[in-house]
Design a protein around this ligand. Sequence first.
Ligand SMILES: NC(=O)c1ccc[n+]([C@@H]2O[C@H](COP(=O)([O-])OP(=O)(O)OC[C@H]3O[C@@H](n4cnc5c(N)ncnc54)[C@H](OP(=O)(O)O)[C@@H]3O)[C@@H](O)[C@H]2O)c1
Length: 268
Amino acid sequence: MTDKPLSSTTLGILGVGYFASYFIAGLRKGGFEGQILLSPRNAETASKLAKTHNGSIAATNQEVIDRSDIVLLSVKPEHLRALLTELVFRDDQTIISAIAGISVENHHKAGRLPKTLIRMIPVCCIAAGEGVVPIYPANKTVETIARFAGAPVVFNSEEEFDLSLAASCMNGWLYELFGSMAQWLENKGLPPETARALVLHNVRGATGYALLKGSEDLTSITNGIATEGTYTLKGLDVLKEQQGITAWDKALDEVHANLTKDNEKTCI
Ligand SMILES: NC(=O)c1ccc[n+]([C@@H]2O[C@H](COP(=O)([O-])OP(=O)(O)OC[C@H]3O[C@@H](n4cnc5c(N)ncnc54)[C@H](OP(=O)(O)O)[C@@H]3O)[C@@H](O)[C@H]2O)c1
């Protein structure tokens, strides 16, 4: 990619769905002023995004490529090969892929792509300007763009990157947990908005406090709170008895095993 200032860079997007919607929202919220050029497929979402976030819609996928400096691939994994059929990229283009479960090597096996292909898979909280943006391999331009939407974290190997993806799934599970705790409070008589605020601000407070503690071991924060005779310890004991903590490790194991397996597939 040429050394253009970001404000005159065009980011093209192939695959205009959920991922593209929250990534674009995060970029614009963070002050990204470059052009955003969308694939015409999924016309309703493309039109909404173009209006809300000052983007434009190309006539074809090839036009997205021809007019862009950087191209984001955000189609579902099973659609990658079909997407790449008949598309021609320039060798100087930087490709960012948000597609989970496909290694850099297997992206190149799926079709003819430029050499610079960077995997970048943040989760939906970037729409709020919060959260990490996992990146592999390192690329200064992609890191700069990612910084508009969240905190870029660059991994040294694809194996490490896969671990970050397993941790990203945890982000999705958390809403289920929050919802269940809020529902319990509601069932006991709290108004829904109070229950929601209690859960969300408690969680936000917990992460804020842990970040304030710097490198302190995270479980030692709980140990400092859940001391002998406290209600916190009573509840924690129940959670441990019910495998309420180890169940999360099992879920992470499951995701990680599947991500690794998918990455190893030679055809997509
Ligand atoms: N959603 C998330 O939270 C999330 C998080 C991290 C990573 N990702 C990754 O992001 C990718 C997209 O996920 P998503 O949830 O955003 O899926 P999605 O909402 O289904 O969006 C994918 C879009 O790609 C379009 N598409 C398919 N084939 C195309 C083609 N040949 N040309 C142009 N557009 C095409 C689809 O159009 P049609 O609807 O017409 O098929 C759809 O609008 C996945 O690979 C996923 O691993 C998603």
